[in-house]
Design a protein around this ligand. Structure first.
Ligand SMILES: [Zn+2]
Length: 75
């Protein structure tokens, strides 16, 4: 009997951190920018991306998460 294990895996990788004003809560707090990639996996080995890379910005105060294209200007 042969099993074919395949699926999709999403990972977030830390790009950088900055102190900036959050657009959700309005506090000035450290924010982390993540790059989110989604890849097709075969036998738990990621092979190729199946979705475009997205950048996410997480506020260190409210933990609000939002999608950004480019990092906003440094405050
Ligand atoms: Zn916030």
């Amino acid at each position: 009997m042969f099993f074919l294990l395949f699926g999709i895996r999403t990972r977030d990788h830390l790009v950088d951190t900055r102190v900036m004003t959050c657009e959700i809560c309005g506090w000035t707090a450290p924010s982390a920018r993540f790059a989110r990639t989604t890849k097709f996996t075969l036998f738990f080995v990621p092979l190729f991306p199946v979705a475009p890379k997205k950048f996410l910005l997480r506020c260190g105060h409210c933990m609000g998460l939002r999608t950004v294209q480019d990092l906003p200007a440094y405050v």
